[in-house]
Write a protein that binds this ligand. Structure first.
Ligand SMILES: [Zn+2]
Ligand SMILES: [Zn+2]
Ligand SMILES: [Zn+2]
Length: 366
Protein backbone atom coordinates (compact mmCIF):
# COMPACT_ATOMS: atom_id res chain seq x y z
CA UNK A 1 0.00 0.00 0.00
CA UNK A 2 2.87 2.35 0.69
CA UNK A 3 4.32 2.95 -2.78
CA UNK A 4 1.06 4.31 -4.20
CA UNK A 5 0.76 7.56 -2.15
CA UNK A 6 4.48 8.16 -2.64
CA UNK A 7 3.97 7.76 -6.38
CA UNK A 8 1.02 10.16 -6.40
CA UNK A 9 2.78 12.80 -4.33
CA UNK A 10 5.82 12.51 -6.60
CA UNK A 11 3.62 13.09 -9.63
CA UNK A 12 1.94 16.00 -7.82
CA UNK A 13 5.33 17.53 -7.08
CA UNK A 14 6.37 17.23 -10.72
CA UNK A 15 3.16 18.95 -11.78
CA UNK A 16 3.71 21.77 -9.28
CA UNK A 17 7.33 22.31 -10.30
CA UNK A 18 6.37 22.16 -13.99
CA UNK A 19 3.69 24.73 -13.23
CA UNK A 20 6.19 26.95 -11.39
CA UNK A 21 8.52 26.77 -14.39
CA UNK A 22 5.66 27.45 -16.81
CA UNK A 23 4.60 30.42 -14.65
CA UNK A 24 8.07 31.96 -14.83
CA UNK A 25 8.18 31.49 -18.61
CA UNK A 26 4.64 32.87 -18.96
CA UNK A 27 5.39 36.02 -17.00
CA UNK A 28 8.70 36.60 -18.80
CA UNK A 29 6.90 36.36 -22.15
CA UNK A 30 4.14 38.64 -20.84
CA UNK A 31 6.74 41.14 -19.64
CA UNK A 32 8.40 41.09 -23.07
CA UNK A 33 5.04 41.37 -24.75
CA UNK A 34 4.02 44.44 -22.72
CA UNK A 35 7.46 46.10 -22.89
CA UNK A 36 8.80 44.63 -26.14
CA UNK A 37 12.59 44.35 -26.58
CA UNK A 38 13.99 44.36 -30.16
CA UNK A 39 13.88 40.52 -30.28
CA UNK A 40 10.10 40.58 -29.93
CA UNK A 41 9.88 42.88 -32.94
CA UNK A 42 12.05 40.48 -34.89
CA UNK A 43 9.64 37.57 -34.39
CA UNK A 44 6.51 39.74 -34.62
CA UNK A 45 5.45 39.15 -31.02
CA UNK A 46 3.97 42.60 -30.52
CA UNK A 47 0.39 43.82 -30.57
CA UNK A 48 1.26 46.07 -33.51
CA UNK A 49 2.25 43.13 -35.72
CA UNK A 50 -0.21 40.54 -34.39
CA UNK A 51 -3.21 42.83 -34.97
CA UNK A 52 -1.84 44.56 -38.06
CA UNK A 53 -5.00 43.99 -40.13
CA UNK A 54 -7.42 45.14 -37.45
CA UNK A 55 -5.34 48.22 -36.63
CA UNK A 56 -5.15 49.51 -40.18
CA UNK A 57 -2.52 51.81 -41.59
CA UNK A 58 -0.91 54.30 -39.22
CA UNK A 59 0.23 56.50 -42.10
CA UNK A 60 -3.27 56.79 -43.55
CA UNK A 61 -5.35 57.13 -40.37
CA UNK A 62 -2.98 58.21 -37.63
CA UNK A 63 -5.45 58.95 -34.84
CA UNK A 64 -7.85 56.07 -35.58
CA UNK A 65 -4.88 53.71 -35.66
CA UNK A 66 -3.80 54.81 -32.20
CA UNK A 67 -7.35 54.69 -30.82
CA UNK A 68 -7.64 51.11 -32.05
CA UNK A 69 -4.16 50.26 -30.79
CA UNK A 70 -4.80 51.53 -27.24
CA UNK A 71 -8.15 49.70 -27.17
CA UNK A 72 -6.74 46.40 -28.43
CA UNK A 73 -3.79 46.74 -26.07
CA UNK A 74 -6.08 47.28 -23.09
CA UNK A 75 -8.21 44.24 -23.99
CA UNK A 76 -5.22 41.98 -24.66
CA UNK A 77 -3.45 43.00 -21.47
CA UNK A 78 -6.61 42.23 -19.51
CA UNK A 79 -6.56 38.66 -20.93
CA UNK A 80 -3.24 37.94 -19.20
CA UNK A 81 -4.78 37.08 -15.82
CA UNK A 82 -7.72 34.85 -16.93
CA UNK A 83 -5.42 32.99 -19.35
CA UNK A 84 -3.05 32.30 -16.49
CA UNK A 85 -5.86 31.10 -14.25
CA UNK A 86 -7.33 28.84 -16.95
CA UNK A 87 -4.02 27.21 -17.74
CA UNK A 88 -3.33 26.66 -14.03
CA UNK A 89 -6.73 25.01 -13.61
CA UNK A 90 -7.10 23.08 -16.87
CA UNK A 91 -3.59 22.36 -18.17
CA UNK A 92 -1.74 21.90 -14.88
CA UNK A 93 -4.66 21.16 -12.53
CA UNK A 94 -2.92 22.90 -9.64
CA UNK A 95 -6.03 24.93 -8.71
CA UNK A 96 -9.72 24.08 -8.88
CA UNK A 97 -11.66 25.23 -11.92
CA UNK A 98 -14.45 27.38 -10.50
CA UNK A 99 -16.74 29.80 -12.28
CA UNK A 100 -16.41 32.35 -9.48
CA UNK A 101 -12.59 32.35 -9.79
CA UNK A 102 -12.83 32.63 -13.53
CA UNK A 103 -15.19 35.59 -13.24
CA UNK A 104 -12.97 37.23 -10.65
CA UNK A 105 -9.87 36.93 -12.82
CA UNK A 106 -11.87 38.16 -15.82
CA UNK A 107 -13.26 41.27 -14.10
CA UNK A 108 -10.63 43.64 -15.61
CA UNK A 109 -11.33 42.08 -19.01
CA UNK A 110 -15.09 42.57 -18.68
CA UNK A 111 -14.60 46.16 -17.52
CA UNK A 112 -12.19 46.95 -20.34
CA UNK A 113 -14.64 45.38 -22.78
CA UNK A 114 -17.36 47.75 -21.55
CA UNK A 115 -14.93 50.68 -21.73
CA UNK A 116 -14.02 49.84 -25.33
CA UNK A 117 -17.71 49.53 -26.28
CA UNK A 118 -18.21 53.01 -24.85
CA UNK A 119 -15.15 54.39 -26.67
CA UNK A 120 -16.41 53.05 -29.97
CA UNK A 121 -20.12 53.75 -29.39
CA UNK A 122 -22.14 54.26 -32.55
CA UNK A 123 -19.28 53.14 -34.77
CA UNK A 124 -17.22 56.29 -34.26
CA UNK A 125 -14.44 56.92 -31.79
CA UNK A 126 -15.98 60.11 -30.43
CA UNK A 127 -15.87 58.87 -26.82
CA UNK A 128 -12.23 57.79 -26.91
CA UNK A 129 -10.08 60.02 -24.63
CA UNK A 130 -7.94 60.97 -27.65
CA UNK A 131 -11.04 62.26 -29.50
CA UNK A 132 -11.92 64.36 -26.44
CA UNK A 133 -8.41 65.85 -26.32
CA UNK A 134 -8.50 66.54 -30.06
CA UNK A 135 -11.92 68.21 -29.64
CA UNK A 136 -10.36 70.57 -27.10
CA UNK A 137 -7.90 71.67 -29.81
CA UNK A 138 -10.67 72.34 -32.34
CA UNK A 139 -11.58 75.90 -33.25
CA UNK A 140 -15.21 77.06 -32.90
CA UNK A 141 -16.54 75.40 -36.01
CA UNK A 142 -14.28 72.36 -35.96
CA UNK A 143 -14.77 68.94 -34.41
CA UNK A 144 -12.28 66.31 -33.27
CA UNK A 145 -12.50 64.83 -36.79
CA UNK A 146 -11.17 67.97 -38.45
CA UNK A 147 -8.30 68.15 -35.94
CA UNK A 148 -7.64 64.45 -36.47
CA UNK A 149 -7.50 64.95 -40.25
CA UNK A 150 -5.11 67.88 -39.89
CA UNK A 151 -2.84 65.84 -37.63
CA UNK A 152 -2.95 62.83 -39.97
CA UNK A 153 -2.06 65.01 -42.96
CA UNK A 154 0.99 66.35 -41.15
CA UNK A 155 1.95 62.86 -40.02
CA UNK A 156 2.12 61.72 -43.67
CA UNK A 157 4.82 64.30 -44.42
CA UNK A 158 8.33 62.94 -44.58
CA UNK A 159 9.92 65.67 -42.47
CA UNK A 160 8.21 64.68 -39.21
CA UNK A 161 10.25 63.70 -36.17
CA UNK A 162 9.59 60.20 -34.82
CA UNK A 163 11.37 58.71 -31.83
CA UNK A 164 10.75 55.16 -30.57
CA UNK A 165 8.67 52.31 -31.94
CA UNK A 166 6.32 51.14 -29.29
CA UNK A 167 4.56 52.95 -26.45
CA UNK A 168 6.44 56.06 -25.42
CA UNK A 169 6.81 56.86 -29.12
CA UNK A 170 7.09 60.58 -29.82
CA UNK A 171 5.81 62.16 -33.01
CA UNK A 172 6.46 65.82 -33.77
CA UNK A 173 4.93 67.33 -36.89
CA UNK A 174 4.83 70.97 -38.01
CA UNK A 175 2.07 71.83 -35.52
CA UNK A 176 1.71 68.87 -33.21
CA UNK A 177 3.58 67.04 -30.48
CA UNK A 178 2.19 63.58 -29.78
CA UNK A 179 3.23 61.01 -27.21
CA UNK A 180 1.80 57.54 -27.74
CA UNK A 181 1.52 56.04 -24.26
CA UNK A 182 0.55 52.52 -23.29
CA UNK A 183 -3.17 53.35 -23.03
CA UNK A 184 -3.15 57.15 -23.27
CA UNK A 185 -2.23 59.33 -26.25
CA UNK A 186 -1.16 62.87 -25.39
CA UNK A 187 -1.34 65.62 -27.96
CA UNK A 188 -0.27 69.25 -27.81
CA UNK A 189 -0.64 71.97 -30.39
CA UNK A 190 2.82 73.48 -30.89
CA UNK A 191 1.82 77.19 -30.64
CA UNK A 192 0.20 76.38 -27.24
CA UNK A 193 3.10 74.66 -25.55
CA UNK A 194 5.98 75.38 -23.22
CA UNK A 195 8.70 72.78 -23.22
CA UNK A 196 11.31 72.41 -20.52
CA UNK A 197 14.00 69.87 -19.80
CA UNK A 198 13.34 68.20 -16.45
CA UNK A 199 16.11 65.67 -15.97
CA UNK A 200 18.41 63.18 -17.62
CA UNK A 201 19.28 59.60 -16.80
CA UNK A 202 22.00 57.33 -18.08
CA UNK A 203 22.06 53.66 -19.00
CA UNK A 204 24.86 51.42 -20.19
CA UNK A 205 24.09 50.04 -23.63
CA UNK A 206 25.26 46.40 -23.47
CA UNK A 207 25.81 46.30 -27.25
CA UNK A 208 28.02 49.37 -27.74
CA UNK A 209 29.34 49.49 -24.12
CA UNK A 210 28.73 53.23 -24.33
CA UNK A 211 26.38 54.99 -21.94
CA UNK A 212 23.16 56.23 -23.49
CA UNK A 213 21.71 59.33 -21.99
CA UNK A 214 17.98 60.01 -21.96
CA UNK A 215 16.40 63.44 -21.59
CA UNK A 216 13.01 63.92 -19.97
CA UNK A 217 11.15 66.95 -21.30
CA UNK A 218 7.92 68.38 -19.91
CA UNK A 219 5.34 69.51 -22.45
CA UNK A 220 2.75 71.78 -20.88
CA UNK A 221 -0.03 73.33 -22.85
CA UNK A 222 -2.01 76.51 -22.18
CA UNK A 223 -5.06 74.62 -23.47
CA UNK A 224 -6.84 73.37 -20.32
CA UNK A 225 -8.32 70.46 -22.28
CA UNK A 226 -4.88 69.02 -23.06
CA UNK A 227 -3.10 67.49 -20.08
CA UNK A 228 0.61 68.14 -19.55
CA UNK A 229 2.85 65.23 -20.37
CA UNK A 230 6.46 64.21 -20.42
CA UNK A 231 8.46 62.95 -23.38
CA UNK A 232 11.64 60.96 -23.06
CA UNK A 233 14.23 60.63 -25.76
CA UNK A 234 17.81 59.67 -26.40
CA UNK A 235 20.13 62.66 -26.01
CA UNK A 236 21.60 61.97 -29.46
CA UNK A 237 18.17 62.74 -30.98
CA UNK A 238 17.77 66.00 -29.11
CA UNK A 239 19.01 68.19 -31.97
CA UNK A 240 16.55 66.62 -34.41
CA UNK A 241 13.74 67.31 -31.95
CA UNK A 242 14.83 70.95 -31.57
CA UNK A 243 14.79 71.35 -35.34
CA UNK A 244 11.17 70.21 -35.47
CA UNK A 245 9.89 72.12 -32.45
CA UNK A 246 8.98 75.71 -33.29
CA UNK A 247 9.43 77.20 -29.82
CA UNK A 248 12.42 77.03 -27.48
CA UNK A 249 13.04 74.10 -25.13
CA UNK A 250 13.94 75.66 -21.82
CA UNK A 251 16.75 74.26 -19.74
CA UNK A 252 16.18 76.26 -16.54
CA UNK A 253 17.71 73.55 -14.37
CA UNK A 254 20.89 73.64 -16.48
CA UNK A 255 20.76 69.92 -17.09
CA UNK A 256 23.99 68.79 -18.75
CA UNK A 257 23.80 66.21 -21.49
CA UNK A 258 26.04 64.58 -24.07
CA UNK A 259 24.48 64.82 -27.46
CA UNK A 260 27.01 63.33 -29.76
CA UNK A 261 28.45 59.88 -30.10
CA UNK A 262 31.94 61.33 -29.57
CA UNK A 263 30.89 62.81 -26.25
CA UNK A 264 29.48 59.47 -25.16
CA UNK A 265 32.66 57.75 -26.33
CA UNK A 266 34.76 60.17 -24.28
CA UNK A 267 32.94 59.02 -21.14
CA UNK A 268 33.55 55.36 -21.96
CA UNK A 269 37.19 56.08 -22.87
CA UNK A 270 37.75 57.84 -19.56
CA UNK A 271 36.29 54.91 -17.67
CA UNK A 272 38.54 52.40 -19.49
CA UNK A 273 41.65 54.51 -18.98
CA UNK A 274 40.90 54.86 -15.27
CA UNK A 275 41.12 51.07 -14.98
CA UNK A 276 44.63 50.93 -16.44
CA UNK A 277 46.40 52.33 -13.38
CA UNK A 278 48.53 55.47 -13.19
CA UNK A 279 51.70 56.45 -15.02
CA UNK A 280 53.81 58.14 -12.38
CA UNK A 281 56.31 60.75 -13.51
CA UNK A 282 58.32 63.45 -11.75
CA UNK A 283 58.34 65.62 -14.87
CA UNK A 284 56.18 68.69 -14.97
CA UNK A 285 52.86 68.09 -16.74
CA UNK A 286 52.47 70.48 -19.66
CA UNK A 287 49.48 71.66 -21.62
CA UNK A 288 47.91 69.37 -24.19
CA UNK A 289 49.16 70.11 -27.69
CA UNK A 290 45.70 69.36 -29.08
CA UNK A 291 43.47 71.80 -27.22
CA UNK A 292 46.24 73.98 -25.71
CA UNK A 293 44.51 74.38 -22.37
CA UNK A 294 43.90 71.06 -20.56
CA UNK A 295 46.90 69.38 -18.86
CA UNK A 296 48.47 66.49 -20.81
CA UNK A 297 47.16 63.85 -18.50
CA UNK A 298 47.47 60.62 -20.51
CA UNK A 299 50.43 58.48 -21.55
CA UNK A 300 50.57 55.59 -24.03
CA UNK A 301 52.69 52.59 -22.98
CA UNK A 302 52.30 49.05 -24.23
CA UNK A 303 50.46 47.30 -21.42
CA UNK A 304 48.04 45.01 -23.27
CA UNK A 305 50.61 42.27 -23.88
CA UNK A 306 54.36 41.46 -23.88
CA UNK A 307 56.46 44.02 -25.72
CA UNK A 308 56.93 41.77 -28.77
CA UNK A 309 53.49 40.17 -28.95
CA UNK A 310 50.54 41.59 -30.89
CA UNK A 311 50.57 44.62 -33.17
CA UNK A 312 50.55 47.29 -30.45
CA UNK A 313 53.97 48.99 -30.25
CA UNK A 314 55.70 50.61 -27.33
CA UNK A 315 55.44 54.40 -27.46
CA UNK A 316 58.25 56.43 -25.91
CA UNK A 317 56.62 59.82 -26.33
CA UNK A 318 56.24 61.94 -23.21
CA UNK A 319 52.65 62.81 -22.21
CA UNK A 320 51.52 65.49 -24.66
CA UNK A 321 47.76 65.00 -24.88
CA UNK A 322 44.78 65.33 -22.60
CA UNK A 323 42.29 62.52 -22.16
CA UNK A 324 39.54 64.25 -24.20
CA UNK A 325 41.77 65.02 -27.17
CA UNK A 326 43.14 61.46 -27.08
CA UNK A 327 39.60 60.05 -27.00
CA UNK A 328 38.62 62.21 -29.98
CA UNK A 329 41.76 61.20 -31.86
CA UNK A 330 41.03 57.55 -31.13
CA UNK A 331 37.34 57.82 -32.11
CA UNK A 332 38.18 59.57 -35.39
CA UNK A 333 40.41 56.69 -36.41
CA UNK A 334 37.70 54.05 -35.98
CA UNK A 335 35.13 52.82 -38.46
CA UNK A 336 32.38 55.42 -37.98
CA UNK A 337 29.65 52.96 -38.90
CA UNK A 338 30.42 50.48 -36.12
CA UNK A 339 30.71 52.42 -32.83
CA UNK A 340 30.18 49.19 -30.88
CA UNK A 341 33.71 48.14 -31.92
CA UNK A 342 35.45 51.41 -31.04
CA UNK A 343 36.42 50.32 -27.55
CA UNK A 344 38.20 47.26 -28.91
CA UNK A 345 39.81 49.19 -31.78
CA UNK A 346 43.37 50.48 -32.28
CA UNK A 347 44.84 53.81 -33.31
CA UNK A 348 48.34 55.16 -34.02
CA UNK A 349 49.99 57.42 -31.42
CA UNK A 350 49.39 61.00 -32.62
CA UNK A 351 53.13 61.72 -32.43
CA UNK A 352 55.21 58.60 -33.18
CA UNK A 353 52.48 56.58 -34.96
CA UNK A 354 53.02 53.40 -32.90
CA UNK A 355 49.81 51.46 -32.70
CA UNK A 356 48.02 51.40 -29.35
CA UNK A 357 44.79 50.06 -27.91
CA UNK A 358 42.59 51.30 -25.11
CA UNK A 359 44.39 49.15 -22.56
CA UNK A 360 47.66 50.98 -23.31
CA UNK A 361 46.49 54.40 -22.14
CA UNK A 362 47.09 55.53 -18.57
CA UNK A 363 46.39 58.69 -16.64
CA UNK A 364 49.52 60.56 -15.63
CA UNK A 365 50.23 61.42 -12.01
CA UNK A 366 53.13 63.53 -10.84
ZN1 LIG B 1 43.58 68.39 -25.15
ZN1 LIG C 1 54.09 57.81 -29.32
ZN1 LIG D 1 47.66 47.44 -27.00
Amino acid sequence: MLPQPVGISHQGHTMVSEFALASIVYFLVVLGFVFPPPEFYGIGLTIESMFRRALGDEAMHFTEYHMRLTTVRLLVHCCILPTYYLSAAVLFEVVELRLSYLLLSSTPLLLSFLVSLYWHAGGTWKNHPLAKTLASHASHAGTWVSVSDALATEFRRVDKFVHGKTWGKIVVTDNWIVRCGLYVINTAYQPDVHMSIQSTDEHLDPETRLTSQFININVSSINPGAADFRIRLNATDYNDLCNKVSGPILNVRNVVFHQTLTERFEEAFKEEVTQNGLFVTDREIQECIGCLYAPSDVKISKLCDDLNTGDCKHCLCRPMWCMRCMAKWFANRQDQSTPERWLSGKAPCPTCRSKFCMRDVQFVSS
